[in-house]
Design a binder for this molecule. Structure first.
Ligand SMILES: Nc1ncnc2c1ncn2[C@@H]1O[C@H](COP(=O)(O)OP(=O)(O)OP(=O)(O)O)[C@@H](O)[C@H]1O
Length: 474
């Protein structure tokens, strides 16, 4: 069916200006009749193909292929099939162009003309690589934004924390490197966001890198990026690293104590010189990034033990903030419970109330997993509660005052089979492991010490404690 998109009385205007109209197209245009005779091209076609009108006009497309003006043509196939087609063509001027040809039919439904749009493949592949690069950036930003969208409100009534927030707000505006120290789950991540949000970089990217989550052999390319073909498996277009992505913004290096020694040297160089070198390149690139680092390790001790470079430690130690454990700020426990109860009420449309005895037990508990452990406990209570009220005996055994008194007696951590009846061996072992690790953390005060005493790799203890305080015991 023929459609008419031209107001009939203006048809002559279009026809008389057709050449000018064709010349406004950003695509090259190449028109042949059904026999392959070239009857029109536009100016963009000349620019893209490197050929002149006199080289092609009035000539048959088959002859142009025969004499090497083009290596291939669409016209004969489109005339035969009556279908649109796409193909890459190389011209005698060495240009690679993408042809998208369409048949135009006469009243007998025979092909009358072939109109081919011509695009520059080189420009398109450059666009494609820019699009790929931007897609990479968007993916990275969106995973960051997802994390950001998690409630980052800071709940505190503790004078200790109020004082700390005052210090942080003063530090935020200085652009100085900040080192946040504190046990797992105390809120270092939340505080890093606050520093960024109250700094002059607030409307630039905030990018968090968890140094434990990147495989050792990829850390350098993830942080500093790489150039095309830098290593096998690398993207053929190269990739920006976290430093470049966070340019003009803040880079939060979480668990910096876990960074392998060789990477510590490279990080120090980047911080000192304000420039990075992509893997596989020798060309430095300037970056303007504010660093906030965090760890639950005792970095000073790690320096003495030779696990952390002293020069990097001193470079990071411009503003050091010790975030107190939850047990050192009891005033925060009830407000945090209230805050998380309300958050999960909204999420699950379910309300629960804690009996005073349960609240008292939670106030007495040592919270080795800190705010994260408390958040996950409230989450689990809201999800699993049947009656809408929580008594002390509904809490996990380690949190019950009466149970703890028993634990503190000669019985200690000894397993009582009655508590485990009906559970699989895997579940029992996981519960025991959790109790032992959390108890050891209370006794020794840091993951590093627990690891040393138990003769296990620090990362293993770290992972297990995080898993248990996240409530993911399986
Ligand atoms: N003061 C607070 N108010 C509200 N939520 C908090 C507060 N402190 C921590 N949280 C919440 O507790 C959880 C753990 O906090 P966060 O991840 O900041 O701890 P962390 O010290 O960075 O832990 P890790 O060392 O394991 O990375 C997060 O869900 C966070 O939103």
């Amino acid at each position: 069916m023929r459609m008419n998109y031209i107001i009939p009385e203006y048809r002559h205007l279009i026809v008389s200006n057709l050449c000018s109209v064709l010349n406004t197209s950003i695509d090259g245009l190449y028109v042949t009749d059904r026999h392959g005779m070239t009857i029109a091209i536009n100016r963009t076609y000349e620019q893209l193909s490197g050929l002149k009108a006199k080289d092609v006009l009035g000539k048959n497309i088959k002859d142009l292929v025969d004499d090497g003006t083009f290596d291939t043509a669409l016209n004969p196939d489109i005339v035969t099939s009556g279908k649109s087609m796409t193909r890459v063509q190389v011209t005698s001027k060495g240009r690679r162009v993408l042809l998208v040809g369409h048949p135009i039919f006469d009243y007998d439904e025979d092909v009358e003309l072939v109109v081919t749009f011509v695009r520059d493949v080189t420009v398109m592949s450059r666009f494609q690589s820019q699009i790929n690069h931007q897609r990479d950036m968007i993916e990275k930003f969106s995973s960051n934004i997802q994390k950001l969208s998690v409630q980052k409100q800071i709940i505190t009534e503790s004078p200790l924390m109020q004082k700390l927030l005052g210090v942080l707000d003063r530090v935020a505006s200085t652009d100085a490197t900040v080192l946040l120290l504190g046990e797992t789950g105390v809120g270092k991540d939340v505080l890093a966001h606050r520093i960024h949000e109250r700094s002059d970089r607030a409307n630039k990217p905030f990018f968090k890198v968890d140094c434990t989550s990147i495989p050792e052999n990829l850390i350098e390319s993830e942080l500093f990026g790489y150039v095309a073909g830098a290593f096998s498996g690398a993207s053929s277009k190269g990739k920006a690293g976290f430093f470049e992505i966070a340019d003009k913004g803040t880079l939060f290096l979480d668990e910096i104590g876990e960074l392998p020694l060789p990477m510590q040297g490279r990080l120090l160089r980047a911080l000192q010189d304000g420039e990075i070198v992509r893997v596989g390149s020798t060309q430095p690139r300037a970056v303007d990034v504010r660093i906030i680092a965090a760890t639950n390790r005792d970095l000073e001790q790690e320096v003495v033990a030779g696990n952390f470079r002293s020069d990097l430690f001193y470079r990071l130690r411009v503003a050091v903030v010790h975030v107190p454990a939850l047990r050192e700020r009891q005033e925060d426990i009830l407000p945090l419970i209230q805050f998380f109860l309300e958050r999960f009420y909204q999420k699950y449309k379910k309300t629960i109330r804690l009996f005073p005895t349960a609240e008292e037990a939670l106030l007495q508990y040592a919270w080795p997993g800190n705010v994260r452990e408390l958040e996950n406990l409230i989450h689990s209570l809201v999800v699993t509660s049947l009656e809408g009220v929580i008594r002390e005996e509904d809490l996990p055994p380690a949190m019950q005052c009466a149970k703890r008194k028993l634990d503190n007696s000669a019985v200690g951590l000894q397993a009582n089979y009655a508590n485990f009846e009906g559970k699989s061996l895997k579940e029992i072992m996981a519960e025991l492991e959790k109790d032992v690790l959390l108890e050891a953390l209370k006794v020794h005060g840091s993951i590093a010490k627990v690891a040393k005493v138990m003769n296990v790799n620090r990362t293993t203890i770290f992972r297990k404690i995080r898993k248990y305080t996240d409530g993911e015991v399986s």
